[in-house]
Design a protein around this ligand. Structure first.
Ligand SMILES: [Zn+2]
Length: 75
């Protein structure tokens, strides 16, 4: 597993940009089922458009906790 700045990785899937703590090698392979911080299971989609999808609000909040950052909108 490569070094990660945070204990999670972003994974576009099912129309939103989610985050996951599942180990990966930089990217989750297309189509790989990944458990997300919001409790879902999505098939990774690394297409250019997928990376422009909106961020899942639940994953965003959970990722900020894991990263030790303030909640969204507080700074
Ligand atoms: Zn999510």
């Amino acid at each position: 597993m490569r070094y990660r700045a945070h204990p999670f990785s972003w994974v576009p899937g099912a129309g939103l940009r989610h985050a996951s703590t599942a180990p990966n090698f930089g990217l989750y392979p297309d189509g790989e089922e990944v458990a997300t911080l919001c409790g879902g299971l999505v098939a990774a989609d690394n297409s250019v458009l997928a990376w422009l999808w909106r961020t899942c609000t639940v994953c965003d909040a959970e990722a900020r906790v894991l990263a030790g950052m303030p909640k969204a909108g507080t700074r």
